[in-house]
Design a protein around this ligand. Structure first.
Ligand code: AMP
Length: 275
């Protein structure tokens, strides 16, 4: 496995094989492992799998967890090696951003709701860094998780709108045994919060299986289940169109239920597609 930390090193690499990129912020866990496996499948025998690890300061809104975000350099390196990654790109913040940067990539429609409302500037940071990683690593395809449902929709929109010649591959949400979506942020949870955090997926399933069609009834079912967890504070529960992320009145084949719940200082998100 090659480990590169500078843009110049990446550019100096001869790169004629099909490349599939998995962008991450590190603190790698089994969901990242699944994204890497899917990337390997997509790259085929001839192709190469690239993983980027970059805790992107631009996507952390002021006062959020940029400084305490878990960084696990050695363990992540081992993880990638064991997962058969060909190229690990691990730049510093100074390598990625000029101190006087003044150009950003901003998606202006899908980013204005849900996470975007609660985390101003977050998706501008995400789009900017993903566009830069696309330009630096020039992949043929890139793999993203459905756990970050809104992020995936926004990346697809950015790729369409800016004509990146890159296939976006989506991977279904990977979960712990009790249903909690795997996330690097789960390690912030104390044991009580961790036990109660399974309520997100329970709520989504209860809502999806309730037989209800109207958005208000579906949302009410999910809220009721989440409210059974004393430490859970709901940020939002919304039924939206899966592509536009606009609120819908009723469940249907192109709809999804998205939730964000805060335990102490830790925001957790999850989603489920409805039928
Ligand atoms: P992160 O390192 O948290 O920025 O995530 C890197 C990539 O892994 C993103 O595309 C995420 O959507 C994806 N990812 C993180 N957790 C999960 C999960 N539990 N299931 C599927 N994909 C995930």
């Amino acid at each position: 496995m090659k480990i590169l930390t500078t843009i110049a090193e990446v550019r100096a690499e001869a790169h004629r094989k099909p490349r599939v990129l998995v962008p991450t912020m590190g603190a790698l866990h089994k969901a990242h492992g699944e994204l890497i496996r899917v990337a390997r499948d997509a790259a085929g025998k001839r192709g190469e799998v690239a993983v980027s690890i970059f805790v992107n300061p631009l996507q952390f809104e002021p006062g959020s967890d940029y400084n305490r975000y878990p960084r696990a350099e050695k363990a992540d390196e081992e993880f990638c090696r064991n997962a058969g990654v060909d190229l690990l790109f691990r730049p510093s913040a100074d390598e990625v951003y000029a101190h006087d940067r003044s150009t950003f990539v901003e998606e202006t429609s899908l980013s204005s709701t849900l996470e975007g409302k609660s985390r101003p500037g977050h998706f501008r940071g995400v789009c900017t860094v993903v566009a830069k990683l696309f330009n630096i690593l020039a992949p043929d395809a890139a793999v993203f998780g459905e756990k970050d449902f809104q992020q995936l929709a926004i990346i697809r929109r950015m790729v369409r709108d800016l004509n990146f010649n890159i296939d976006i591959i989506a991977v279904p949400t990977i979960r712990e045994e009790d249903g909690l979506a795997c996330s690097s942020r789960n390690q912030y949870l104390n044991s009580d919060a961790r036990n109660q955090a399974s309520v997100l997926y329970k709520a989504l399933q209860a809502a999806a299986n309730s037989g209800k069609k109207s958005a208000s009834e579906i949302v009410a079912v999910a809220r009721e289940v989440i409210n059974e967890a004393p430490l859970a504070r709901i940020d939002y529960v919304e039924l939206v169109h899966a592509d536009t992320l606009q609120p819908v009145q009723a469940a249907g084949p192109s709809t999804a239920l998205l939730v964000a719940v805060i335990f102490g200082k830790t925001r957790l998100i999850d989603n489920i597609r409805l039928r």
